[in-house]
Ligand binder design. Structure first.
Ligand SMILES: *Cc1c(COP(=O)(O)O)cnc(C)c1O
Length: 367
């Protein structure tokens, strides 16, 4: 039995008719850039996020960059995030010429530890970027409190967390701006690069609309300089076709995670992911911890089971960030996690038989 890490083809096969129709209608209408398909997706996405505004943009990295600019982050300002994330989070900070500051993560949820946040605040701190890693929401209430008290902005990186819930609240409502990626492998994936920002703040929404489209207010009228960071009509139509399935796909991911956890908890030496009791994770990734992960990874590869490591090197130890001068030992929780995490296959179309097969092979590879 083969178990791929994700299976985008299985999803396409299941909804082929709707996707093919969506693509054909954009081509028929030649609505390639901007236009009604983008507007329709933005309206529907804002609704599912529970926000007043949604702006489609070119990708998740640009979503973060434009959100930082729209929130008034200026060159020389400082932005706090975690070293336990994909590099796009920090690239966006550098793209606006702000300075990256890190706080370590909580060892059970792998997300920003709010208790460490205050120690990194300086008079130059302008924003905080919590990352809802693997689809598990960061502990937002204390983060939002600290931000409010210090008059700084919260821009959430929800690239892995479409439709997650925190204390019953939708993830899109937690922060001044909440950024999504629609990279094909994300929980809501386009057929190319795409991203989005949601907000309840009309000024932020207005800024992002200008920034993504050359600062344009009307054709050849430019209020300011911006960028070309638009969402394509084709991607918007594909995303609109997929949106009605999001709830069902989320429940499938959660059921798969529950089955993995039930079966894996019988195997000594495997630590399964823990979900805070007041959140609903969307399991973009299902990440276990195991002492000899490379041996397990190799064993599973031999059996046709694909796994991943998210992420093998913490950002502060990447060559790209050597200039920050943060040595090994700076963020011990992130560093320890990076050595023993292993991501197992998870996607809505995964079957119980495949999960049972993966667990059986984990059992035989660890004994
Ligand atoms: C995927 C991802 C991004 C960037 O999204 P792109 O659409 O690939 O630019 C940002 N942050 C996190 C945590 C991600 O997983």
């Amino acid at each position: 039995m083969k178990v791929p890490f994700v299976d985008l083809k299985a999803q396409y096969t299941a909804i082929k008719k709707e996707i093919d129709e969506a693509i054909a209608s954009v081509i028929r209408d030649t609505a390639f850039i901007g236009g009604s398909y983008v507007a329709a997706f933005e309206k529907a996405f804002a609704e599912t996020c529970g926000t007043s505004f949604a702006m489609g943009v070119s990708n998740g990295t640009d979503a973060l960059r434009l959100a930082l600019l729209a929130c008034g982050v200026k060159p020389g300002d400082e932005v706090i995030t975690v070293p336990n994330t994909f590099i796009a989070t920090t690239e966006a900070i550098s793209m606006v010429d702000a300075k990256i500051r890190f706080v370590d993560v909580n060892p059970t949820t792998f997300t920003m530890d709010p208790k460490q946040l205050e120690s990194q605040l300086t008079p130059k701190t302008r924003a905080i970027i919590p990352v809802h890693l693997y689809g598990h929401p960061a502990d937002m209430d204390p983060i939002l409190d600290i931000a409010k008290k210090n008059k700084i902005r919260v821009i959430s990186d929800a690239a892995q967390a479409h439709q997650a819930l925190y204390k019953g609240r939708k993830i899109g409502t937690l922060g001044d701006a909440v950024c999504f990626s629609f990279f094909p492998g994300k929980n809501l994936g386009a057929y190319g690069d795409a991203g989005g920002v949601v907000t309840n703040d009309s000024d932020i929404a207005h800024s992002i609309r200008l920034l993504r489209d050359h600062g344009r207010t009307e054709k050849y009228e430019h209020e300011r300089e911006g960028f070309n960071c638009r969402l394509d009509g084709l991607q918007a139509a594909i995303l609109s076709a997929k949106l009605p399935y999001m709830e069902e796909w989320k429940e499938k991911r959660r059921a798969h995670a529950a089955l993995y956890t039930e079966l894996l908890s019988k195997i000594p030496g495997i630590q399964t992911p823990r979900e805070d009791k007041n959140v609903s994770s969307v399991y973009h990734l299902y990440v276990i911890r195991v002492a000899n992960r490379l041996k397990l990874k190799e064993g599973l590869t031999k059996e046709g089971i694909a796994t991943g490591i998210h992420y093998p090197t913490p950002l502060h130890l990447q060559p790209a960030y050597s200039h920050l001068g943060l040595p090994k030992g700076s963020f011990p929780v992130t560093e320890k996690l990076s050595q023993d995490i292993l991501s197992l296959p998870i996607y809505p179309e995964l079957t119980n038989q495949q999960i049972e097969f993966v667990v059986q092979k984990i059992q035989s590879s660890t004994h």
